[in-house]
Write a protein that binds this ligand. Structure first.
Ligand code: ADP
Length: 282
């Protein structure tokens, strides 16, 4: 076991693999949730996990954040082999992973900037948190993070006065303020209208590109995934069915993944699927 967690910088011209599963199988009791899954996300990439409910998408996130241990295979997050880390190193690593969920868990009565500041709590003394006397450098970092998600003008608005999409972007800003290099987003737009969903996904794509973060996001909407992702990984029954650039995701890939099922008729997905868009104006 090691307590060493390297969270170092990476040269932009040599993108580093920051999230990786190698031949990972996960069981919950008798059920095989992941079956020899291999995938990678590099610095600067925005990768979307697609697949029907129960395909194993959330289990991939749980593996990458060390919440479940695989029965087989290796998990590497930020270059560290999770199976070799002791409890302390694993906790340190988890603090370096940005998480965004469908429920953004903002505190409604606090301003957007104070919510972002809660992302810095791990390195802030308790008395400052209780008195809400954050250091100027943290406050500036929080404002900078809101600026990067296009919400600087909303910094002093109460979180519960913002739209659902804006609240989700505050949650993304909170991750940016943590200063991590990886972001896991588990169905971050599931409860948003299509326009807000587009805005949130465009924000995730931009921060992957501009901040050189590795962003892995699960979605149900194929069209939105094609519109924003660099690469799509399709999971079905715990297996990787496809792993390809978003522009190469065609009708056949969609049929293989869903079998003409749920995503194909998602009423909220107003974006053109990749194959339709290829024929049209993309
Ligand atoms: P997805 O996120 O794609 O919907 P999950 O990763 O949540 O899929 O689930 C993958 C499989 O593992 C499903 O068959 C699900 O029923 C099963 N599963 C998930 N969590 C548990 C659990 N805590 N206990 C037992 N089975 C689980």
């Amino acid at each position: 076991m090691t307590s060493d967690v390297s969270l170092g910088a990476v040269a932009p011209d040599n993108p580093e693999t920051l999230l990786e599963l190698r031949g990972v199988s996960v069981r919950y009791g008798d059920a095989l949730a992941l079956d020899t899954v291999t995938l990678q996300v590099k610095a600067g990439e925005f990768v979307v996990l697609l697949g029907p409910s129960g395909a194993g998408k959330s289990t991939v996130f749980r593996c990458l954040s060390g919440l479940v241990r695989p029965a087989l295979g290796e998990v590497h997050t930020l270059g560290s082999p999770l199976g070799a880390l002791d409890g302390r190193a694993l906790r340190k690593l988890r603090r370096a992973i940005g998480l965004v969920f469908q429920q953004h868990n903002l505190i409604g009565r606090l301003s957007a900037v104070d919510n972002v500041l809660t992302g810095t709590l791990a390195r802030t003394p308790l008395w400052r948190v209780l008195a809400r006397r954050f250091r100027m450098v943290d406050r500036q970092r929080a404002l900078g993070s809101l600026d990067r998600v296009g919400l600087l003008d909303y910094a002093y608005r109460r979180a519960d006065s913002l739209s659902g999409g804006q609240q989700q972007r505050v949650a993304i800003a909170r991750v940016l303020a943590q200063g991590g290099r990886v972001l896991l987003a588990d169905e971050p737009v599931a409860s948003l209208d299509p326009e807000s969903a587009r805005h949130v996904l465009a924000t995730l794509a931009r921060i992957a590109r501009d901040e050189r973060m590795a962003v892995l996001c699960s979605l149900h909407q194929v069209g939105l995934a094609c519109e924003h992702a660099d690469r799509l990984i399709g999971l079905r029954g715990g297996r990787v069915i496809c792993d390809l650039p978003a522009r190469s995701f065609d009708q056949r890939a969609e049929r293989d993944l869903y079998g003409g099922g749920e995503a194909a008729c998602d009423p909220d997905d107003t974006a053109e699927p990749c194959h339709a868009a290829e024929a049209g104006d993309r």
